[in-house]
Ligand binder design. Structure first.
Ligand code: GLN
Length: 613
């Protein structure tokens, strides 16, 4: 016998990365940094490549778990923390965001203001450290370490030896610190700020961590594995912008031209690159080129970008239309089986409910066509349901547009509700969408719209009919009064309290029930012992349990009274008695059941067609 589990096909992406790694293994240009003595011990052959997707899948090859110090890669992330602490305008007034055209350690400050050119060179990064606040009982470095750890999704630590080594020899950075003090860019003596900076550079990471931090940036600042909002999404674009224009020092222009990804390198040999909204890349290879970037890292990134067409400005990155699927309430009804009158009413007018399923990333380009679509439908409907089940993210602009759209529709008499809002529900409520407009799932939203539609059509507040005599039940529609009377005398009446089981899954099914008063829910017990799933609701006037009566199978679901109910039972014995005493009635009932079942099938077919569209 073949053991199926032994045939595990390799991902073509893993194979590609392996090949890429092999291709660059023998490239030996560059020198391991030695101006921080402790760095000189790095093995020039260490080489890792890691990619983390925005949903947290990790691809890695080579020395991706070898710890090394983050060095300047930290500058990009600490810039985010400083922005969170101080805000954009204060940060811009102290540290510019212009490429400097100088080396990373140049003592270059703007002639007029003394502001460092950008936060990615040492002058700007030291100034940035100075803007981070000691807060909540944590020192600056403790906050930086926690912030970076949240991005990486694991607790990082500091390589004390590298820190000491740099602190003992970092005279040039000290000179920069004092210059910053001289120009009032920092408000205190630079001593603590410089030690913070040296420690920040000595934070230990792996190649995988870099890719994970990149994926966090790609995922609106939320770590894709821990789901922690590590970076305020408001500042993600600020970080990525300075990475794009200044992240690779004096090579930044050519890097953007060739690789086209926001990136940051460090003298420890790390390179972190981000494809915004998509993925993070980490490369680790200690030998550096003359600009202080990982020589092999640059080549690998250039190949990666070309091979996988990752360049930001490559054509063809058209937004995915957020409109996944749309149907109306005539095609797909809620799982509530209503009394015949209301059921027929909905069949005729269900198209006044329009359900729109959205998908992917909701931002301006993706959501704009949805607005056009909904507005085009609006004259024909009273209710719109936006189903967010397949939505990965909603940015601020799209969120505002959803609210605006809802207001405009309301002015035109169209009520818009949302379902499956999940993680976005809190934001929506905060922005002023009432809780009553948010539903757990599409069925709940549909049912709400149907109720509202029926209320307006029938002029009653509560469209549900509480009592439907046996004669008016859907099952007995069109049957002779004499036959109904015959049945009425023989079908016993039962009652159940709210919450009581009427049918249990697994029991023998030997009867059908006609609901006279109240409603019941059909629940599928969860195989894992979780919350049972509500499949359907039957209102008074409808019957349930007929399938087991017809095919003799056991009950597949629980039926539970949703309120005090009254129901009449037609069991197998009575069904057989019908055969001998009233064969014509039995035939009629069977016809009626057939009609009901084919109605259900027809409904299911229409639904399937609507979902396939
Ligand atoms: N700690 C290093 C320095 O300040 C960081 C430089 C870098 O990685 N480019 O010199």
């Amino acid at each position: 016998m073949t053991d199926l589990s032994s045939i595990q096909p390799r991902s073509p992406i893993e194979l590609y990365l392996k090949d890429l790694h092999e291709r660059h293994l023998n490239f030996r240009e560059g020198q391991v940094a030695d101006y921080i003595p402790e760095l000189a011990g790095a093995d020039p052959d260490w080489f890792g490549i890691s990619i983390v997707t925005r949903d947290g899948h990790v691809y890695e090859v080579g020395d991706t778990r070898q710890p090394f110090t983050i060095q300047s890669v930290s500058k990009a992330i600490t810039y985010g923390l400083a922005l969170e602490d101080r805000g954009e305008s204060l940060m811009l007034s102290r540290i510019s965001v212009e490429p400097s055209g100088d080396a990373f350690n140049a003592i270059s400050l703007k002639a007029d203001s003394g502001a460092p050119f950008n936060p990615m060179i040492n002058a700007g990064a030291i100034a940035t450290c100075g803007q981070v606040l000691a807060r909540d009982g944590l020192s600056r470095i403790e906050r930086i370490l926690a912030y970076l750890s949240a991005c990486a999704g694991r607790r990082l630590d500091i390589d004390e030896k590298v820190y000491r080594s740099e602190s003992d020899t970092g005279h040039r950075n000290r000179a920069i610190g004092w210059m910053l003090r001289n120009f009032g860019i920092i408000d205190e003596e630079p001593t603590d700020i410089l030690e913070t900076y040296f420690r920040q550079c000595a934070i230990r990471v792996t190649c995988r961590d870099l890719a994970m931090i990149g994926a966090t940036l790609a995922n609106s600042g939320r770590n894709p594995l821990t789901h922690e909002q590590a970076i305020d999404p408001e500042f993600v674009d600020n970080i990525l912008s300075v990475m794009s224009s200044c992240g690779m020092y004096d090579y930044s222009g050519e890097w953007l031209y060739r690789v086209g990804l926001p990136a940051k390198s460090g003298v420890g040999g790390g390179v972190l690159a981000v494809l915004p909204g998509q993925l993070g890349i980490g490369i680790f290879s200690p030998p550096l080129d003359t600009q202080g970037n990982s020589a092999r890292g640059i080549r690998v990134c250039a190949d990666l970008s070309r091979d996988l067409a990752l360049h930001l400005f490559a054509p063809g990155a058209a937004p995915v239309n957020a409109l996944r699927l749309s149907y109306d309430g005539g095609q797909v009804a809620s799982r509530r089986h209503r009394a015949k009158k209301l059921h027929d009413l909905l069949r005729g007018k269900g198209h006044r409910i329009r359900v729109v399923e959205l998908q992917g990333e909701l931002n301006f380009p993706a959501f704009e066509p949805v607005i056009r679509f909904v507005l085009k439908q609006a004259p024909y409907c009273r209710h719109v349901v936006l189903n967010l089940r397949h939505v990965a993210n909603i940015d601020k602009v799209a969120l505002k547009l959803i609210l605006d759209l809802r207001r405009r529709l309301a002015e035109a008499g169209v009520d818009m509700v949302l379902c499956n809002a999940g993680l976005f529900a809190d934001d929506m409520i905060e922005q002023g969408i009432g809780r009553e407009a948010l539903f757990v799932d599409d069925d709940a939203a549909l049912e709400h719209c149907e109720n509202a539609l029926l209320a307006s059509l029938t002029g009653t507040v509560e469209p549900g009919t509480t009592r439907v005599p046996l004669a008016e039940s859907t099952l007995l529609a069109g049957i002779d009064p004499a036959d109904i009377e015959w049945l009425d005398r023989r079908m016993p009446e039962h009652r159940a309290r709210a919450g009581e089981h009427v049918i249990r899954a697994g029991e023998a099914g030997d009867s059908l029930s006609v609901l006279i008063e109240g409603s019941v829910g059909v629940y599928l017990p969860s195989p894992t012992g979780g919350k049972p799933k509500r499949l359907e609701v039957f209102d008074a006037g409808r019957s349930f349990g007929e399938i087991s009566l017809l095919d003799g199978s056991e009950r597949s679901a629980d039926v539970i009274a949703l309120e005090p109910i009254c129901y009449r039972v037609l069991d197998l014995a009575l069904f057989e008695q019908l055969g001998s005493e009233r064969p014509a009635l039995k035939l009629k009932l069977l016809e009626q059941l057939c009609r009901q079942l084919s109605g259900n099938l027809r409904k299911a077919n229409i639904e399937i067609a609507a979902f396939r569209e």
